[in-house]
Write a protein that binds this ligand. Structure first.
Ligand SMILES: [Zn+2]
Length: 323
C-alpha cells in the first residue's frame, strides 16, 4: 500500500517477515519523466509483491524508475536486482559498493568473531540461516556512485547526498534543504537504536557514527523519513538521545571491565540487552552476534581513546582490560 507523505513523495511499506524491524519504508518520488525509488526490501516474494502493488497504485512503471540505496544491508538492497530494468540508474555509495565487490563470504568475519571469544561453529551455522544471507541480492547490478554533496533531482525535489558512515561504512542519506526533509535510511530511527557493529580491528565505526550524527544534527530538518518505523520531527532531540545511549553504553562497558579483563563476547554477555530472553544463554545465536558486534564497536572506540587495551598481545582470544 502506498501513502502520500508530501506532494509527489510517497511511502510504500515493504513487509520484512521474521524481522523485528517489521517493515521497510521505501520512498518513491513520482515524476513525469523518471521516478526515484529509495530502498527496496529483501529479495523475497512478500517484498516484491508489496513493491509492485504500491507502484501500480501510483501508476508508476518500473521501466521509468531510478533507485537510491542508503546502504548495503539486504533489507534495503536485496530486492534491487529484481527491480532494475535496462534504463534504470542505481545511486549508491563508493564504500558500500567496494564492500560488496570485495565480499569473500562470512569467513573473515567469523574468524574475527572467534578471536573475540565467539564460538565460531555456532556462528557459522546461524549465519547461513540469517535473512541478510538468505534474502540478499543474487547478483549485483552496476551502480552509479554518488559522493557527499552531489545532488539528484526528481520531480520538485532536489536531494543532496549526505555521507553518514557508521551503521555501514558507506551509509548515505538524502537531504532536501528547500523542503527540510531528510531521508535517513538507518542512520537515525525513531524508536529503535541503529545497530553499530564492528568486525575488524582496522575500523572504528562508532567514532564515525557519532561524527555522522553531529553532521546531520547541523542540518535544518523539519521531517525525518527513516528506513524503518514511524516518521518523526525533532531530529536533534533524537540524535541527542542516541548520543546519550552510546555514552551510557561506554560507561557500562568500563564498569564491566572493572571486574577484570574480558573478550568482547564475555563483555556482551554482561551487558543489558532490551530483548525478551531472560539470560544470555537463551539468546538466539544471531542476537549474540549482533550484541557482540555492538560490544566490539564500543571496545574499539574505547581502545582508540586509550581507555581500554588488549590484555596479552600474544593470546589467541583478544581480551580487553582497562588502561
Ligand atoms: Zn534497515
Amino acid at each position: 500500500m502506498s501513502e502520500e507523505i508530501l506532494p509527489g513523495l510517497f511511502r510504500i511499506k515493504i513487509p520484512l517477515p521474521e524481522s523485528p524491524l517489521k517493515y521497510l519504508n521505501s520512498y518513491v518520488i513520482k515524476s513525469d519523466h523518471k521516478s526515484l525509488i529509495v530502498d527496496t526490501g529483501f529479495n523475497r516474494k512478500e517484498c516484491f509483491e508489496a513493491m509492485t502493488k504500491g507502484l501500480s497504485e501510483l501508476k508508476i512503471d518500473l521501466a521509468d524508475c531510478d533507485f537510491f540505496i542508503t546502504h548495503l544491508h539486504a533489507d534495503h538492497f536485496g530486492l534491487i536486482a529484481r527491480l532494475v530494468t535496462k534504463t534504470s540508474r542505481i545511486f549508491f555509495s563508493r564504500p558500500d559498493k567496494e564492500i560488496i565487490e570485495s565480499w569473500e563470504g562470512f569467513e573473515p568475519m567469523i574468524e574475527y568473531a572467534g578471536k573475540n571469544g565467539f564460538p565460531e561453529n555456532e556462528l557459522r551455522n546461524a549465519l547461513h540461516q540469517h535473512p541478510g544471507y538468505k534474502y540478499g541480492s543474487d547478483w549485483t547490478p552496476d551502480v552509479s556512485v554518488l559522493e557527499d554533496g552531489e545532488t539528484i533531482t526528481y520531480g520538485n525535489y532536489c536531494f543532496e547526498c549526505v555521507e553518514t558512515p557508521g551503521h555501514t561504512l558507506g551509509h548515505i542519506c538524502l537531504y532536501e534543504a528547500g523542503k527540510k526533509i531528510l531521508i535517513a535510511g538507518d542512520h537515525i530511527l525513531s524508536d529503535i537504536t541503529p545497530n553499530i557493529q564492528c568486525w575488524s580491528d582496522k575500523e572504528n565505526p562508532l567514532e564515525k557514527y557519532l561524527a555522522s550524527l553531529d553532521k546531520v544534527r547541523n542540518l535544518d530538518v523539519g521531517l525525518v523519513l527513516p528506513g524503518h518505523r514511524r516518521l518523526f520531527k525533532d531530529h536533534r532531540a533524537r540524535i541527542d538521545e542516541l548520543k546519550l545511549h552510546h555514552e551510557r553504553r561506554a560507561e557500562e562497558i568500563l564498569d564491566i571491565l572493572k571486574k577484570g579483563a574480558g573478550s568482547a563476547f564475555e563483555v556482551a554477555s554482561d551487558m543489558r540487552w532490551d530483548i525478551k530472553f531472560d539470560s544470555w544463554n537463551d539468546f538466539p545465536v544471531a542476537q549474540k552476534w549482533f550484541a557482540t558486534g555492538e560490544a566490539i564497536s564500543h571496545l574499539r572506540f574505547l581502545e582508540e581513546k586509550r581507555l581500554v587495551t588488549r590484555e596479552k598481545k600474544d593470546s589467541r582470544i583478544k581480551k580487553y582490560r582497562l588502561v
